[in-house]
Design a protein. Structure first.
Ligand SMILES: *[C@@H]1O[C@H](CO)[C@@H](O)[C@H](O)[C@H]1NC(C)=O
Ligand SMILES: *[C@@H]1O[C@H](CO)[C@@H](O)[C@H](O)[C@H]1NC(C)=O
Ligand SMILES: *[C@@H]1O[C@H](CO)[C@@H](O)[C@H](O)[C@H]1NC(C)=O
Length: 386
């Protein structure tokens, strides 16, 4: 424990140096009069809204029907359907023959979901934004989407607009920004499978599902982050990503404040879009000029909740603080994931980690929020000091 304290003490000194040495940024605020064209050259020229770089720390939430089996990971459905033995055995041992993934949805009850409590926890953690899985690759939407009939949280499961309730609580109880994760693809949607069969020369799915969902999300909930994912099987032209972003930046209700990531089609991540996420848990360990984000998860093996996780599967508070400091020193933001349970609880182990981070930030936050990377990112003699 003494060792940990000493190490964290050094981390504090290094990052305070970072904060004091660099001069104020001259990043221009969003230019409201600019009209962006549907080309990457034009879209990439949009300055990232300043709030995002200043925020540094966000909370990521993976919540959906996969939270019901809460076994393996949020990729439960496809891993099972592709006959990964661990998942097949889990189903054979615990569920009757013929049980479908859709059958899990009725047990997504969320009876203890209190979004005000969640909002208070995220505020206490010191995070400045929240990103909720509005829809993961399973296709189930956490809001009453008109294009996800009978496969959304109002029609089946909790019978509540889980997303809308969190957006309201975050906005009314905290000063955090509210954002959404959205998977462009649905693994098993018939229209998606059909488009895939045509090698994505047809666009039935994207026109009737993905893009209408994104418009619903933006118009109904005004998210200030759109964290796109599930893009990799098809090119950006299939997803009509550039056209969507031009609308988002020019005409949407969040055009001046919204930030997006880079997962907008195969070959696009780490090259185009808003901030770079490149790969999951991206942490280059060196200064990156383009704004980037390290999305990582406190359960090292899963983003969705796992009932059978062991204590050693979770990052310790010291490991979390180390990851935060290293990321911020190299110009990144960190998006810290926790998986809520099917009944709407954020497990006490996650709560403890988040509140510990908040205590650390109460003392050291001046070296984190709104800081700019210094010339050097880590100590030349002492390893692990950033
Ligand atoms: C959009 O395209 C027009 C015509 O090519 C060009 O004049 C304008 O500068 C472009 N706008 C942006 C923001 O790239
Ligand atoms: C998985 O196993 C089932 C039953 O043996 C089979 O019908 C199905 O085709 C398999 N799926 C894949 C993707 O291999
Ligand atoms: C800084 O961190 C990087 C990445 O972890 C490492 O490769 C490098 O050796 C470190 N530099 C020093 C001077 O410790």
């Amino acid at each position: 424990m003494a060792f940990v304290r000493w190490r964290l003490g050094l981390l504090v000194c290094t990052t305070i140096l970072v904060h004091l040495v660099e001069s104020e940024s001259t990043t221009p605020a969003s230019q409201t009069n600019v009209q962006y064209n549907a080309t990457w050259e034009s879209l990439d020229s949009r300055p990232l809204p300043q709030w995002y770089d200043e925020a540094k720390i966000g909370i990521f939430l993976h919540w959906g029907v996969f939270s019901v089996p809460s076994f393996g990971s949020e990729w439960f459905w496809i891993n099972w359907k592709e006959n990964m033995s661990k998942y097949v055995e889990f189903m054979d041992n615990n569920y009757p023959p013929g049980y479908t993934y859709q059958d899990f949805a009725r047990d997504f009850t969320a009876e203890f979901y209190n979004p005000d409590d969640w909002a208070e926890l995220f505020q206490s953690s010191g995070a400045k934004y929240v990103v909720l899985t509005s829809k993961h690759h399973e296709g189930y939407t956490l809001w009453p989407s008109a294009v996800s009939f009978s496969w959304n949280s109002v029609d089946v499961g909790p019978h509540r607009d889980l997303l809308g309730e969190l957006a309201n609580s975050i906005r009314s109880k905290t000063d955090l920004k509210f954002g959404v994760y959205h998977s462009l693809m649905d693994w098993f949607h018939p229209l998606y499978l059909r488009d895939k069969f045509t090698l994505f020369t047809e666009q039935m799915f994207v026109k009737q599902k993905s893009i209408p969902e994104l418009h619903e999300l933006v118009n109904a909930y005004n998210p200030e982050v759109i964290w796109s994912d599930g893009d990799w099987e098809a090119p950006d032209s299939y997803w009509t990503a550039k056209e969507f972003l031009a609308w988002l930046y020019n005409d949407s209700p969040v055009k001046d404040t919204v930030v997006v990531n880079d997962r907008w089609g195969s070959g696009i991540p780490c090259k185009h879009g808003g901030y770079y996420t490149c790969t999951d848990r991206y942490n280059p360990g060196v200064l990156i000029e383009h704004k980037w984000e390290n999305c990582m998860t406190l359960d090292k093996a899963s983003w969705g909740y796992r009932r059978n996780a062991k204590l050693s599967d979770y990052l310790t508070t010291a490991e979390l603080v180390q990851e935060v400091v290293e990321t911020v020193s190299c110009g990144g933001n960190i998006l810290i994931n926790v998986g809520p349970t099917k009944d709407g609880i954020i497990a006490p182990i996650f709560e403890e980690r988040l509140r510990d981070l908040g205590s650390w930030l109460k003392v050291n936050g001046e070296a984190i929020y709104s800081s700019k990377p210094w010339t050097f990112q880590n100590d030349t003699i002492t390893s692990g000091v950033w």
